[in-house]
Write a protein that binds this ligand. Structure first.
Ligand code: PLP
Length: 396
């Protein structure tokens, strides 16, 4: 077993060697600009891009022409939300209201708050203690001015799976467009753009064993039309929605990563559920005062988020040298405040501060899980002893 052990696969994943192999020729051999249609270098690059478009579309049951390449999901979320809202306004259409959740990724929340500054109105529908959206509240948040609902498929901290199909149905009935940040769900659980009635889906390569800095936005084709104002103007690439020379090796990598997920997702999920449950049971059987954050039933196979009573999460992370896990989203792991996702579940500051996210992945094995269990149990016991913490039940 090699140390350190990487168990932070929600933050990012290593590139699968098969993905790297597929990408390599596109750096030095087939290096053409995919927009250079007049010679073979460009034509071959363009053919590789179109192949990748098909591989991505296939994973989410979409058509290749519905895939727009971006630099990652932060851009995809921005393009979906700001692009839709601003186009709506530019075209003089009625409506200026967006509905989302307080547990969304910052790429969604910050896009929404930017739009609030531009005069749009945003409703943040609460989630329950299990992290799931209150469907009744979501329904009643929709009004005659609502143009878009943005709800993520799977949460990046607690792995909770929102009822995307039901929300899609609701949006369809009420004539509201639906965006889903499906970054953490794609390639892990089935995501079907048609069956789920989603109009816009954000995707990124680096959460599915592809490279960083490349992603895609699914933009549904058909009626009612989904029209986006571009964030970046330039050569009119990607049907004018996203200008800029295409990152051909990255796109090839994203395509290959999707193809592998398509082939291996079912088996991989079963394996990761077994490992994740072993991790959970191993820790909970040897330590008291360990609670699961978020619904255990509606959760990604590879996610576990635990709070440890009487333990400071940051101290646990530091104590766990040799094991890479995190206290939440990578984009706020430098900030000292507790997770806004956990606080949105109604959790106390103390409990939120005592939480750790485990993100299992393709390259973890049982030996690593057993090592992590030992290290967590040992470190938590040590920290509790040091702070002379007694569990409330032990006091009684
Ligand atoms: N949305 C979610 C749910 C994420 O987990 C992430 C990754 O951190 C992003 C968006 C941002 O993706 P990217 O790193 O490709 O910009």
């Amino acid at each position: 077993m090699r140390l350190p052990i990487y168990m932070d696969n929600h933050a990012t994943t290593p590139v699968d060697p098969r993905v790297l192999e597929a990408m390599l020729p596109y750096f030095t051999q087939t290096f053409g600009n995919a927009a250079s249609r007049t010679h073979v270098f460009g034509q071959e690059a363009a053919a590789a891009v179109e192949r990748a478009r098909k591989q991505i579309a296939c994973l989410i049951n979409a058509s290749p022409q519905e895939i727009v390449f971006t630099s990652g999901a932060t851009e995809s979320d921005n393009l979906a939300i700001k692009g839709l809202a601003r186009m709506h306004r530019q075209e003089g259409k009625p409506g200026s209201h967006i509905v989302t959740l307080p547990t969304e990724h910052k790429a969604v929340l910050d896009s929404c708050s930017r739009l609030e500054k531009e005069g749009f109105e945003v409703s943040y529908v609460p989630v329950g203690a299990d992290g799931l959206v209150d469907f009744g509240e979501l329904e009643s948040a929709i009004n005659e001015r609502t143009i878009l609902i943005s709800v993520m498929a799977a949460n990046n901290e607690i792995g909770v799976l929102q009822p995307i199909r039901e929300i899609g149905e609701l949006c369809h009935e009420r004539g509201v467009l639906f965006h889903s940040d499906a970054v953490q769900a794609i390639g892990k659980i089935p995501v079907d753009a048609q069956a789920m009635n989603v109009d816009l889906i954000s995707i990124t390569a680096h959460k599915i064993y592809g490279p960083k800095g490349v992603g895609a936005l699914y933009v549904r084709d058909g009626k009612p039309e989904v029209r986006l104002a571009p964030l970046i103007d330039g050569g009119g690439h990607e049907l004018g929605m996203r200008s800029g020379t295409l990152n051909v090796p990255g796109i090839v990598g994203l395509g290959k990563a999707c193809e592998l997920c398509m082939e291996e997702m079912a088996e991989e999920s079963r394996r990761l559920i077994t490992l994740r449950d072993r991790l959970k049971d191993g820790i909970q059987s040897r330590l008291e005062g360990v609670r699961v954050n978020g619904s255990m039933e509606r959760r990604l196979p590879q996610n576990l988020n635990l709070s440890f009573d009487g333990v400071e999460g940051e101290a646990l992370l530091t104590g766990l040298d040799g094991v890479a896990v995190s206290s939440g989203a990578a984009c706020r792991s430098l900030a000292s405040e507790s997770s806004y996702v956990l606080r949105a579940l109604g959790m106390s500051e103390d409990r939120a501060q005592s939480s750790i996210r485990f993100g299992l992945g393709r390259f973890n094995n049982q030996e690593e899980v057993d090592y992590v269990i030992d290290r967590v149990v040992e470190t938590v016991k040590g920290l509790r002893e040091f702070s002379e913490f007694t569990l409330p039940s032990a006091e009684a």
